[in-house]
Structure formats: C-alpha cells, structure tokens
Write a protein that binds this ligand. Sequence first.
Ligand SMILES: Nc1ncnc2c1ncn2[C@@H]1O[C@H](COP(=O)(O)OP(=O)(O)O)[C@@H](O)[C@H]1O
Ligand SMILES: [Mg+2]
Length: 265
Amino acid sequence: MTSSSEDLDAQPLLAVEDLAKRYGRHMGCEAVSFRLWPGEVLGVVGESGSGKTTLLNCVAGRLTPDAGRVLYSDRLGAVRDLHGIAEPERRMLMRTDWAFVHQNPRDGLRMGVSAGANVGEPLMAVGARNYGAIRSAAGDWLAKTEIDVGRIDDPPRTFSGGMQQRLQIARSLAAGPRLVFMDEPTGGLDVSVQARLLDLLRGLVTELKLAVIVVTHDLAVARLLSHRLLVMRGGRVVETGLTDQVLDDPQHPYTQLLVSSVLQP
Ligand SMILES: Nc1ncnc2c1ncn2[C@@H]1O[C@H](COP(=O)(O)OP(=O)(O)O)[C@@H](O)[C@H]1O
Ligand SMILES: [Mg+2]
C-alpha cells in the first residue's frame, strides 16, 4: 500500500518503548521502540529468528516483556500501560479492542464447532445476545471473507487451508477490533491461495480502516499490506521507514541484503 492514513494530530494508538524479551540467556528482542497510528499498517520483516514473533507477542499482550512498555490509547483516549494493568483488564482489551490472526488457522479457530459459531462467539463475548442477529452477522462475515454461506453449519476441520484462514480472519474481525495483530497470515498457504487471501486482507483492512501490525518474512506480502516497515535483525530494529522507501532504497546493509534476496528468509 502506498497511501498512509497517518494523522499527525492524532494520538498514537500504540507507543512501544524500549521493549525487550529474553528466553533465559537467549535474546528474543531488544531495545524496540515504535509508534502505530490509527488506520496504519505496520509491517515487521526480517529473517527467521530475527525476533518478529517475540516482538508481536509482547506487543499483543501474549508474552510478558522483561523491559519496556506498551502504551495503548483506548476508545476514550485514555492511555493504558498494557503490562502494568491487571490481567482481567488486559483480557478485556484483548477481547473488545484487539484481534490476533495466527499463521496456523488451528491456533485461532475452534475446529470442532461450526463456522457460524466461530464467528458468533466473539460477538457474544462483547455482549451480543440475539441468536438471529448473531447468525445473520456471522453469515455476513462469511460472505465478506468469501466463504460460501451455505457452509455456516460446517466445522472448520472440513474446510481447506485457505478457507480456514479466511474463517480465522472473519472470527478475528467480527467484534470490530481497533487493532489487529497478524503473524505470517499467508505463511502456511499455497502460492495461488496466498494471492487471493492477500487481496482479501488488503481490501478488508482498507475498508475497515484497521490499524494492523503484520509480521512476515515475505517482502512481497509486506509491500502489499504495509504503509510502513520495521526491519529486524538479531532481535533489534535496524531500519524503519515508509514501505516503498525501505524496499526500493534500503539504507542499512542488512536490509540491502534482504531486499536483494541474498538472504533466504
Ligand atoms: N520459546 C522460546 N524459547 C527459547 N528461545 C526462543 C523461543 N521463542 C523464540 N526463541 C528465540 O528467540 C529468537 C527470536 O525468535 P522469533 O521471535 O520466533 O523470531 P521470528 O519470528 O523472526 O522467526 C530466535 O533466536 C529464537 O530461537
Ligand atoms: Mg515468527
């Protein structure tokens, strides 16, 4: 994406300050700081093992960092320190304001219940009670994510990988999150299926004006989805900038290698 919806007057949705996470003596990520603005799609790129998933999980509240802060500006404009607030409050934010799309749809779906229930559950979690309305909203989301509405009562284990991933996206977006985290959302799919899914994601993100942090080792995915990029190496951010600038005119030697495909991600 080339156009950035960054609004310089607005408060950042997210301010990440000096974040660090270690696994024992092994570094996951270190000294990571960035801001995310409403409606902005931030891509996090780098080789396998560069710390992308660690960073994403710390920012999304799924891992506790060893140092640093994640400040989130809520719907009322109040700033919440994600790892400073109480667990129930954090869980509530994760349910009402945020969504997470996993690389493997099985990690984000309930495989044994119907597709409709998978989409309906997050609606119920934010207070929807009317069965007919929930079912109809679930049907709308299936249509929006290009899943045959006739399969609303089928469980996702009967779906193809690409359809499961679309269903995971429907489930993650149904409750109207303000911020969506994605870890290699097209990673497990065939190339032909990837392209369609990417188109779909791009359309939804634009239509819903979502703020997104998308982790990918695939620079083509990063280019298609992101307004801005963070390039990670060895747990640290080595370069950041507008997507086209970073990919067309990389400044850091590591980014230059990454872009020239000398490094196999
Ligand atoms: N649960 C874990 N225990 C120990 N080391 C881990 C764990 N998860 C990740 N790491 C290490 O942290 C570094 C960053 O990993 P990760 O965040 O998964 O990178 P990426 O998503 O870019 O592939 C790697 O060196 C990896 O081996
Ligand atoms: Mg990863």
